[in-house]
Design a protein around this ligand. Structure first.
Ligand code: IMP
Ligand code: MG
Length: 186
């Protein structure tokens, strides 16, 4: 395997500012009578969600649940198949509630599409999707555009701030893209 270098794209300060703005936006868009429930997509969204949710007004009374999905495995390309590794708590009643579905990045859109259908089948009243990064996908057949987006990005595989490559780099405070070092005959 070639050595990997990281190139920083968004610093922790830029992320902090944007996440605070998103918190204000979402705080205005949701109301307590919708009984909002944040559904955090593990594992990648855990850092983003932790920061974002703490920006939301206390009066909103938002509840928080988690589920776990995978489509990338250890690689940098979607397998084209989404697997639900862990579902939201079965005791949660979603009827007539607004779900704020929080993921780290939307790439092909398969994961969010899958989860929106899944949450609808569990009776969710309204689903609003929220991602830190949205990739403009040249060959993607993206259907549902996320409602709240931190940054629109192009090519490159992102790591840091919760995002991983083979489960590494999630703990890094800044967002970077992977760069393979081109050396010798590669
Ligand atoms: P999608 O289903 O193709 O939209 O991919 C979304 C999921 O793939 C996200 O939940 C991420 O876990 C993962 N993913 C997509 N692109 C990246 C990336 O650049 N870095 C890390 N994970 C990614
Ligand atoms: Mg993920």
């Amino acid at each position: 395997m070639k050595p990997i270098r990281l190139k920083q794209v968004f610093s922790r300060d830029e992320i902090k500012r944007r996440v605070a703005e998103m918190g204000r936006e979402i705080g205005k868009a949701l109301t307590p009578d919708e009984r909002p429930l944040a559904v955090v997509v593990l594992q990648g969204a855990f850092v983003f969600a932790a920061d974002l949710l703490r920006q939301l007004p206390e009066e909103l009374g938002i509840e928080v649940g988690f589920l776990r999905c995978d489509s990338y495995g250890m690689g940098t390309k979607s397998s084209g198949r989404v697997v639900l590794l862990q579902d939201l708590d079965a005791r949660l009643d979603l009827h007539d509630r607004t779900v704020l579905l929080i993921d780290d990045i939307m790439d092909t859109g398969l994961t969010l599409d899958y989860l929106v259908k899944h949450l609808e089948s569990r009776g969710a009243g309204r689903i609003r999707t929220c991602v830190l990064l949205e990739r403009k996908n040249p060959d993607g057949e993206t259907t549902s555009a996320p409602k709240f987006v931190g940054f629109k990005v192009g090519d490159g595989f992102f790591v840091g701030y919760g995002l991983d490559y083979g489960d590494r780099y999630r703990n890094l405070p800044d967002l970077s893209v992977l760069e393979e070092e081109t050396q010798g005959h590669g």
